[in-house]
Design a protein around this ligand. Structure first.
Ligand SMILES: [Ca+2]
Length: 127
């Protein structure tokens, strides 16, 4: 009974989601399944920026997993990104629709016609 109360209080406080994952204050969707990391390997990593030119001033988010929806705080706001590790899909619509595949590198979305401030979902493809 005591343990149940603690879980209930944690849920009520928003400290954990019902699935047991730590809740994200930005209200992003649940993590999407991806290959498990081997112990001798680092996780895939992508860094999202709201500004062009990898400027962290207006927002920076380091991600290590996919999201079928990147959340209201980040939806349609990404203007540049850096893939540190892994091959990813970045998508203009939620649920991985209208995507392009990218590998490690730095990308200013002004260079992709019509992509600035459109990304809504991201997915790790391989790493
Ligand atoms: Ca979008």
């Amino acid at each position: 009974m005591k343990r149940l109360s603690i879980v209930f209080l944690a849920l009520a406080a928003g400290a954990v989601s019902e699935s047991g994952f730590a809740a994200d204050s930005a209200g992003k969707g649940p993590p999407v399944a991806m290959p498990l990391a081997k112990s001798d390997r680092e996780l895939p990593e992508m860094v999202l920026y709201k500004d062009h030119g990898y400027n962290p001033d207006q927002g920076i988010w380091v991600v290590n997993m996919g999201y079928s929806f990147i959340g209201a705080e980040w939806n349609d706001t990404v203007s540049s990104l850096v893939v540190v590790r892994g091959n990813w899909r970045v998508c203009r619509d939620p649920n991985f629709a209208n995507c392009r595949s990218i590998g490690p590198g730095a990308y200013d979305l002004r260079d992709w016609s019509g992509w600035d401030n459109t990304i809504s979902s991201i997915q790790v493809v391989s790493y």
